[in-house]
Write a protein that binds this ligand. Structure first.
Ligand SMILES: C[S@@+](CC[C@H](N)C(=O)[O-])C[C@H]1O[C@@H](n2cnc3c(N)ncnc32)[C@H](O)[C@@H]1O
Length: 300
């Protein structure tokens, strides 16, 4: 095995895996990376093709030269604050490994609540839409959870849909992918369940995002107007058209947006049974409602 040689003009190369890990943590901390220990472990484990536990167990082993070169490469990317998920090319969602790159948002743990609530409120849904699917994570999770459901996943980003195609081919090959603007591609009253984690950042939030999000994640996945509600409002306005009577629309919302979104559902007589669900951090994260079963009465 060739062991890493010192790079000219730099400190001698790390000789062991443990030494490389300690140096990686120091480098990431110096670069202001928020969780340097965890990130260094994940990145080195990725380079060495092992787990974080395997990495610790191999701490005294020599660091192969090729691995040392790749460690430098991944550390440089993380120092520039590229998300770890993009560097390793994967993020777990609903226990499924989901391929990700800069074409799609990295699926967040709190978004699993959308799947949980969908499974609880609409276990018998036969026709399901994940609108704004990005990596396809939600659609893949729903397809594995709702046995027998026909799941459709849509996005306006064709680049994003290419990533969703990889993930659905791996985890849920029957998911149908559709390109287009929100609900425009769909015919009336087709779905028993529509879920969406749409863009919901306000203009002010966009300016204060962490570099990982601001500089790397797609703007189309984040920006939603001054109050961050533009896409949520549009989904509610057009959602009743594509839901069967009794069908559910479930939407992920940003922190502090739930009351306003609930109000929009409550004022719209085409909906009923409005729900608000909280995530593990206690944030009201999912707001949803049912398509009313009876027609609404109008005076004219
Ligand atoms: C917050 S990301 C969510 C991605 C994925 N569903 C997840 O939870 O990880 C929002 C997604 O909505 C898509 N999107 C934004 N505006 C859209 C529109 N008008 N029509 C369809 N998709 C849209 C974006 O391309 C992005 O993939």
């Amino acid at each position: 095995m060739t062991v890493a040689a010192p790079e000219p003009g730099f400190a001698p190369a790390a000789r062991s895996i443990g030494q490389a890990l300690a140096r990686a943590v120091r480098r990431l901390r110096a670069a202001g990376v928020p969780e340097p220990d965890a990130d260094a472990q994940v990145l080195l484990a990725h380079v060495l093709g092992t787990s974080r536990t395997g990495l610790i167990a191999a701490a005294r082993d020599p660091l192969p030269a090729e691995a040392a070169r790749r460690v430098q490469e991944v550390l440089r990317r993380r120092e520039r604050r590229e998300p770890v998920a993009y560097i390793v090319g994967e993020r777990e969602f609903w226990s499924l490994p989901i391929a990700v790159d800069r074409r799609v948002l990295v699926p967040r743990p709190e978004t699993e609540l959308l799947v949980e609530v969908a499974r609880r409120l609409a276990p018998d849904a036969r026709c399901v839409l994940d609108c704004g699917t990005g990596s396809g994570a939600i659609a893949a999770a729903l397809a594995t959870e709702l046995a027998g459901a026909r799941v459709c996943a849509s996005d306006r980003s064709l680049h994003g849909l290419a990533v969703a195609a990889v993930n659905t081919a791996r985890h849920a090959p029957h998911v149908r992918l559709v390109g287009g603007d929100l609900l425009a591609p769909f015919r009336d009253a087709a779905f028993d369940l529509v879920v969406s984690n749409p863009p919901y950042c306000t203009d002010d939030e966009l300016a204060t995002l962490e570099p990982e999000v601001r500089d790397f994640e797609p703007r189309v996945a984040l920006a939603a107007g001054a109050a961050g509600l533009d896409v949520l409002h549009a989904l509610i306005a057009d959602g009743a058209r594509v839901l069967v009577p009794g069908g559910w629309m479930l939407l992920e919302v940003g922190a502090g947006q739930a009351d306003r979104v609930r109000g929009v559902f409550e004022r719209d007589l085409r909906y009923t049974s409005v729900v608000v669900e909280h995530d593990h951090a206690g944030i009201a994260r999912v707001v949803g409602a049912r398509r009313r079963r009876v027609g609404t009465w109008t005076a004219s």
